[in-house]
Design a protein around this ligand. Structure first.
Ligand code: CA
Length: 237
């Protein structure tokens, strides 16, 4: 997907039946240069997705006419547009189903503008930028993908091959949540997707090696019940 030319408005599509949430989303997205198109039902949202060429879709999962997951399935039949879903607190299964169904990320209501914009930025970065950057930096962490070298504040850190594979997977998707299943499949292979304790052990090891205070991580974040994410590099100190 390429960036729009400067004279064509970038469209953000909001599919949400709650007027209060739409009123909250619109100025946040407009502050980032988007023109907002609003849909109050799933059918209306699918129609706008097909005709208005949005660069990002914010999709509520509880819509009056159709399950939000079904809206996403329909849009994903022909579009790779970044989709961030809006979910209610405590609906971990729904979040995982949305991510498995092709959502790029989610925010849990109530969410802050900063949180929303970080998710939108990470989803668009993942969809629009090639993931072959030779060096990834994030705060004091530096990952040289070509040489497989990792350093923190200029000091080399020695990682095992599994630790490195887990870290580089999170780094390639920095800012986006990755589900337990996705990480287990990427790092340990398709037969290991139920071995969640592997992740707990290796995330703890990585935090010991990379975080200033492993008990209060600022880089390798937990999304409870869903998975892990490397903090968005643009919102980190
Ligand atoms: Ca709703």
């Amino acid at each position: 997907m390429s960036e729009s030319p400067a004279n064509v408005p970038r469209v953000a599509l909001i599919i949400e039946d709650e007027a209060g949430i739409r009123r909250f989303l619109r100025p946040a997205l407009e502050s980032q240069g988007f023109t907002c198109v609003e849909a109050m039902t799933g059918n209306e949202g699918i129609a706008h997705a097909a005709t208005r060429a949005p660069e990002i879709i914010l999709l509520d999962l509880g819509l009056p006419d159709m399950d939000g997951l079904e809206v996403m399935r329909r849009i994903r039949e022909w579009s790779t547009v970044p989709i961030v879903v809006l979910t209610a607190r405590g609906k971990e299964r729904e979040k995982i189903d949305a991510l498995d169904g092709g959502a790029d990320d989610y925010v849990t209501k109530p969410f802050s503008v900063l949180e929303l914009l970080a998710r939108v930025r990470a989803a668009r970065r993942y969809r629009t930028e090639p993931d072959d950057a030779p060096v990834l930096t994030s705060g004091s962490l530096r990952i040289d993908m070509a040489r497989r070298r990792v350093s923190v504040r200029g000091t080399a850190v020695s990682l095992t091959p599994i630790e490195y594979r887990l870290l580089s997977t999170l780094a390639r998707h920095a800012g986006r949540v990755l589900t337990h299943e996705f990480l287990l499949r990427e790092v340990w292979g398709p037969s290991s997707t139920d071995q969640r304790h592997y992740l707990r052990v290796y995330m703890a090891q990585l935090r010991q090696k990379l975080e200033a205070d492993p008990s209060r991580p600022t880089v390798l974040m937990t999304d409870p019940g869903v998975g892990y994410r490397m903090a968005d590099p643009e919102t980190r100190a």
